[in-house]
Write a protein that binds this ligand. Structure first.
Ligand SMILES: C[S@@+](CC[C@H](N)C(=O)[O-])C[C@H]1O[C@@H](n2cnc3c(N)ncnc32)[C@H](O)[C@@H]1O
Length: 276
């Protein structure tokens, strides 16, 4: 297993066009402070104008219901894109009595679009967009003590980062047994056993130890308390390659894959994992 090739952080195109579309809508004023109308407008742009890669209404309802049931005080998402999931789930979290939704986004153009749409929805006090690679943002929320543990984590950035950020979350001590829930989008049932992320969720402790043995890490973690190092030296000064830290094999997950057929007929899934 190796870390992925770097992708360009900034690509422009249909995402800024979404802003032009929304600000030119004849009923634009009706969208102000109305998250549902903003979501409807994004869905309409997606189906009638240009394809976007947000979670959409069908999968969205599944996660809305999870939020209503678990009532998290704080949520984090990895991969904010143009703000659709942040508006949808930030609003659900607010309605369930929650306080804060952190949306981590690497691409500043997408993040800027998201910030404007979040503000248009009236959710700027609840939803914060943090523009940085997810591993840095995860370490920063720990360094700044913004969260003690994950209540619900929504994983929806690039799929090859899923396993590395899960390992980082484990290593940062952010998971609480019996409480934390991790929701991952774009897990296809065909690849359920094939992806490193799903393999890790389903592996036994000894299988996980085997996975880590085959992998090389830049830091010897035997005597390193990552949280202590980050709090003492900061995220950039820690000297640890946060994109590639070993997970903790003793965590046990119970995962249910919810399947959805997309417009092109392919089956896709949302994996909801409880930390046991
Ligand atoms: C599928 S989209 C997210 C869709 C969004 N969650 C929604 O449903 O509205 C993936 C996003 O993840 C961002 N991304 C990819 N790798 C990232 C990383 N390492 N850290 C933060 N964001 C990342 C991409 O720039 C892109 O905007």
């Amino acid at each position: 297993m190796t870390t992925s090739e770097p992708r360009p952080r900034v690509e422009t195109g249909r995402e800024p066009d979404l802003l032009t579309y929304i600000w030119n809508l004849p009923n634009f004023h009706e969208l102000q402070n109305n998250p549902q109308k903003v979501l409807d407008a994004i869905d309409k742009f997606n189906t009638e104008e240009k394809r976007l890669i947000n979670i959409g209404p069908r999968k969205g309802v599944l996660i809305d219901n999870l939020i209503a049931e678990k009532k998290p005080s704080v949520m984090i998402e990895l991969g904010g894109y143009v703000g659709y999931s942040a508006i949808r789930f930030g609003d659900a979290l607010k309605r369930a009595g929650g306080k804060k939704y952190y949306s981590f986004e690497i691409n500043p153009i997408n993040a800027s679009v998201a910030k404007l749409l979040i503000e248009l929805s009236g959710l700027q006090d609840v939803v914060s967009v943090i523009v940085a690679p997810s591993h840095e943002s995860l370490a920063n929320v720990v360094k700044d003590s913004l969260i003690e543990s994950i209540e619900i984590l929504f994983v929806d950035h690039w799929k090859d980062r899923y396993i590395y950020d899960l390992w980082l979350v484990e290593r940062l001590g952010l998971l609480k047994k019996g409480e934390s829930v991790i929701v991952a989008d774009n897990i296809s049932p065909e690849a359920e056993r094939g992806t490193e992320y799903v393999d890790w969720l389903n592996a036994s402790q000894s299988e996980k130890e085997g996975i880590l043995e085959k992998h090389s890490f830049g830091t010897d973690f035997a005597n390193v308390d990552l949280v202590e190092v980050i709090k003492e030296k900061g995220v950039r000064g820690s000297g640890v390659d946060l994109e590639n830290v070993p997970g903790i094999p003793s965590y046990v997950y119970e995962t249910k894959l919810h399947e959805f057929r997309n417009n092109s007929g392919r089956t896709d899934g949302v994996a909801i994992s409880n930390v046991l």
